[in-house]
Design a protein around this ligand. Sequence first.
Ligand code: SF4
Length: 366
Amino acid sequence: MPCAQIEFFVVFLENRNNAYTMATIRHDWSLDEIRAIYSSPVLELMYRAATVHREHHATGEVQVCTLLSIKTGGCPEDCSYCPQAARYNTGVKVHKLLDAKVVLDAAQKAKNAGATRFCMGAAWREVRENRDFDKVLDMVRGVSDLGMEVCCTLGMLNDDQAVKLKEAGLYAYNHNLDTSEEFYDDIITTRTYKDRLKTISSINNANISVCSGGIIGMGETDEDRIGMLYTLATLPIHPESVPVNALVPVEGTPLAEQPRVSVWEMVRMIATARILIPNAMVRLSAGREMMTTEDQALCFMAGANSIFSGDTLLTTPNPDFKKDMDMFKLLGLSPRQAYKNENANNCGHDHDHQHNHEEQLLSVQA
Ligand code: SF4
């Protein structure tokens, strides 16, 4: 190849790499920038997200989490998508808080099957300081002692409660934004977006990793999806995990008749989240049961690196471990180790995520 052509080719590659390199973690994204990324041609978007993914994470590793409903149904909130809201007639079997032994047995089983993160969900509006909360603290201690990353999703909480969970060994707390601030009132009326952000702030203050994302397919517009990503990407501390859920319409809920989202909508959300929040575990969450292996492979290509595995996701169906491990084998993927068991270089880069979280927290508090 003549020299001029080689030079042109090198400059082309450098420009392309510069355009797609997101080495700096940014919290100052504008809505216009996010809109432009989200709206770009889907194959370009995937390529860019895959590039960012490879810069920030070990390729081929996917975090495997298990979610257990430790208290099901009877919730006083009115989340339009949720079969556990007491006001909707969905046939969900209500049960009170499980015994710690049942929970720890389930955690051990999940660990044996390859899960490294165990998430416990309770259908509560908020955490209350009572015997049930004490029992949850015991569960957190027990799961943490198994060497798993322990996560809870218990509704709203305050600073003191977050500190107690942290002291018990809680690694992460899930509190989804669900959608944009503008669309929030159409989905939930029993709490506000500000309530959501306040709980996220309490989690951060206690130095617990935040897991926060949303749901698509609830009747929101692209602008709402962009708005939710904007809120997440401009938080002073980025979430450590960003779950991207496709609505699983459940009979009896107000959203029962919503059409299913396409895989390309999931790909677009996942890829944009990956580009905006490069260090996050972007989780392909609810809705996976409806996806083919090919669909899921597209999502992994677009930057997803975390899944929930186990045959139920709170109350809706989910692929089981065996099916997921067969898919991993086919796609050349392997389960990611629990963070607390890895050294800083285990993922092939000179960072670890908890350390990042602490650094971000310090820089915000300074
Ligand atoms: S999503 Fe959570 S808070 Fe909302 S109704 Fe369901 S259990 Fe209650």
